[in-house]
Design a protein around this ligand. Structure first.
Ligand SMILES: Nc1nc2c(ncn2[C@@H]2O[C@H](COP(=O)(O)OP(=O)(O)OP(=O)(O)O)[C@@H](O)[C@H]2O)c(=O)[nH]1
Ligand SMILES: [Mg+2]
Length: 321
């Protein structure tokens, strides 16, 4: 049982338990999770949701550790959620994060939740939206969502946050950084990290290049994306990043864009949920899975065309509902 009052007071153990409940794929858990989410709903929405992406090694964990502590020093409570579909590729970054975010994870005004278990159907981000709501109900007013800039996860994250930060290495050229063009279009800010020591001149050059590249990009009429540099390691320029985000909060609240964007995201969430729920329902039905395999093997053998096969399968699904 989740103790609601404790959760609302910000008890981190209750929050962790609640997230586990929401992430659970057992159907009896999902009923309980739904009830819990309904109860906490009035206490949600009051945070700024911040997405953070960048290639492995750019300094995401270092940034989150030091920026998170900076936020706490400014009176905030910080939740960190990690979406990492690429752990096998980037080589166990979760283990590394435990040591890299040591100070933050020990701070009682912070809550750090590593990636949900891999391989769960429907993508890693499936329960992240609910998890954000739980963190907000527990009083965390900055929710940081980290994702490695490979695969599709950063697009998914951009779609569930208020402000999307793209961290870059101080060497120019998108190819080099493996950053997809589309990601820069989604960025509310591009931050050149590691602007320190010997690489500072290079960081400044990269900053100038990205500034002009971003000028050419399509602009969001409500917010013009910024290009900044920082040193996450030496905690340089974190104050500028903080003021920028606070400025975003204020100006978009006044223009109404903040709320408008969230409502549009809810609409997208609703559409995705419909597909997910249908898929779940099908997967819970053993007969349907069996028929699917049978029809599929006919397709593979060339005995039936895909469209006809799909229609046949759809009929079976409709009959089973
Ligand atoms: N000089 C310098 N080094 C940094 C800075 N930020 C991070 N680093 C170093 O860069 C390396 C990678 O940093 P991480 O924070 O682990 O990077 P990450 O993006 O979380 O990497 P993954 O978790 O593998 O995706 C570490 O050795 C950090 O100490 C910085 O601002 N300046
Ligand atoms: Mg990391």
């Amino acid at each position: 049982m989740i103790e609601l009052q404790k959760l609302l007071k910000g008890d981190r153990r209750s929050l962790a338990k609640a997230i586990t409940l929401v992430e659970s794929s057992r159907s009896e858990d999902s009923v309980e999770a739904q009830k819990l989410l309904e109860k906490i709903l009035p206490n949600t929405g009051k945070s700024i949701r911040l997405g953070i992406t960048g290639v492995p090694g750019v300094g995401k964990s270092t940034f989150i550790e030091n920026f998170g502590l900076y936020l706490i020093n400014n009176g905030h409570k910080v939740a960190v959620l990690a979406i990492d579909p690429s752990s096998p590729i980037s080589g166990g970054s979760i283990l590394g994060d435990k040591t890299r975010m040591e100070n933050l994870s020990q701070n009682e005004k912070a809550f750090i939740r590593p990636s949900p278990s891999l391989g769960f159907l429907g993508g890693v981000a499936q329960k992240t939206r609910e998890t954000i709501l739980l963190c907000e109900a527990a009083g965390f007013d900055y929710v940081l969502i980290e994702t490695v800039g490979v695969g599709q996860s950063e697009f998914e994250v951009a779609d569930m946050v208020d402000f999307f930060l793209v961290l870059m290495l101080p060497n120019a050229g998108d190819e080099l950084q493996g950053i997809k063009k589309g990601i820069l279009e989604l960025a509310d800010a591009v931050i050149i990290n590691k602007a320190d020591g010997d690489i500072l001149p290079q960081a400044n050059l990269t900053l100038a290049q990205y500034s002009s590249a971003m000028e050419l990009m399509r602009h969001n009429p409500h917010w013009k994306a910024r290009v900044l540099s920082c040193s996450a390691l030496l905690k340089k320029n974190l104050d500028t990043i903080y003021s920028m985000i606070e400025e975003y909060k204020e100006t978009t609240a006044v223009s109404g864009y903040f709320e408008k964007k969230r409502l549009a995201q809810n609409q997208e969430w609703f559409k995705k949920l419909i597909n997910e729920l249908i898929e779940q329902k099908i997967l819970q039905n053993k007969d349907l899975i069996k028929s699917r395999h049978e029809i599929e093997s006919k397709v593979v053998k060339g005995e039936i065309l895909p469209l006809k096969a799909a229609q046949e399968y759809l009929n079976l699904i409709l009959k089973s509902f």
